[in-house]
Design a protein around this ligand. Structure first.
Ligand SMILES: NC(=O)c1ccc[n+]([C@@H]2O[C@H](COP(=O)([O-])OP(=O)(O)OC[C@H]3O[C@@H](n4cnc5c(N)ncnc54)[C@H](OP(=O)(O)O)[C@@H]3O)[C@@H](O)[C@H]2O)c1
Length: 286
């Protein structure tokens, strides 16, 4: 078995968002995706048709036709699916979860397969396209020599980041903060704009523009240099007015605003602005 060579034939288990992105990425990389298996035949057939693969009904058929098996099922069922996969020497089996460690692949490893994790660190929403994963970081880990999984991440156009020795729950929580939690804040901002009297369309336009510019600033300058707003300036009266206005809405909205504002205080340089904002936010300024 040439550990570094790309596998010729791949199978996807779980025809959801990650399965589709990885399937398209593999085809783009020149890997023949031969089999797609999912909980429902409909999902499997639809992704298989898009990838030029065959929809198969069970894990045995995936293992029989593919050298590389990509497990892209929900995290909660991953261990059960991995244990049921009839893996053998010559197989490469990976899962793409940031939240779950490599130990769920022990049954495949014990059966002689090379096992690893390839976690695309990017929000995957439909529709998946061949270039969806290109240029994206990918958390990787392998039992033994990680050469094959590095080669695979690179072939997918990704930028490998080692997860060896990384605290996975913290790693995955940080990924959620940079993606899902930003979405939660944006969705809340749309609602608050609407409560202020803007139309839904205008609210979404403003939020989209602000978050795009903010993300660009964070990516190019880092989070501290990207900070703007009343907490950073120490505009205590404005901050006080925000808090009073938000207190009229659902309690979670004000709680989220205050919690995020306290996180701004935590990264702000010491000084008068920080002290003024701290006093309004009920945090002892240092
Ligand atoms: N979405 C992302 O942004 C993202 C990013 C990086 C990593 N991941 C990881 O990718 C994995 C899948 O997440 P996802 O977002 O792609 O989830 P998803 O869109 O919900 O897709 C999961 C797929 O798994 C199938 N499935 C469920 N139980 C199954 C079983 N017992 N056997 C076979 N197939 C089964 C479902 O089938 P049916 O459609 O047939 O019901 C569904 O298509 C997770 O480990 C997740 O952490 C996701």
């Amino acid at each position: 078995v040439n550990e570094k060579a790309l596998p010729a034939r791949a199978g996807i288990v779980g025809a959801g968002q990650a399965g589709a992105a990885l399937g398209h990425g593999l085809v783009r990389a020149g890997v023949n995706v031969v089999a797609v298996m999912s909980r429902t035949g409909r999902s499997a057939e639809s992704l298989a048709a898009a990838l030029g693969a065959r929809a198969v009904a069970d894990l045995g058929a995936v293992g029989a036709s593919a050298e590389l098996v990509v497990l892209a099922v929900p995290d909660d069922v991953l261990a059960g699916v991995a244990a049921a996969l009839p893996a053998r020497y010559g197989h490469k089996v990976l899962h793409c979860s940031g939240a779950v460690g490599m130990e769920v692949l022990d049954p495949a490893r014990d059966a002689g397969a090379s096992v690893g994790v390839l976690h695309p660190v990017t929000p995957l929403v439909p529709p998946a396209a061949p270039e969806t994963l290109a240029g994206k970081p990918m958390g990787i880990e392998a039992a033994g020599d990680p050469g094959w999984i590095v080669a695979l991440a690179c072939a997918l156009g990704g930028v490998p980041v080692s997860l060896a020795g990384v605290d996975r729950p913290l790693y995955h929580a940080a990924a959620a903060m940079s993606a899902n939690l930003v979405v939660a804040m944006c969705a809340t901002a749309v609602e608050v704009f609407e409560r202020a009297g803007l139309s839904r369309d205008d609210a979404e336009t403003l939020v989209g523009s602000l978050v795009t510019a903010t993300a660009r600033n964070v990516a190019t300058r880092g989070p501290v240099a990207a900070l703007t707003g009343p907490v950073r300036r120490g505009d205590a009266e404005v901050l006080d007015r925000h808090i009073k206005a938000l207190a009229r809405l659902e309690p979670d909205v004000l709680a989220a605003y205050k919690a995020a504002s306290r996180r701004i205080l935590a990264i702000m340089p010491e000084g008068e602005a920080k002290q003024r904002s701290s006093s309004v936010l009920g945090v002892a300024g240092r």
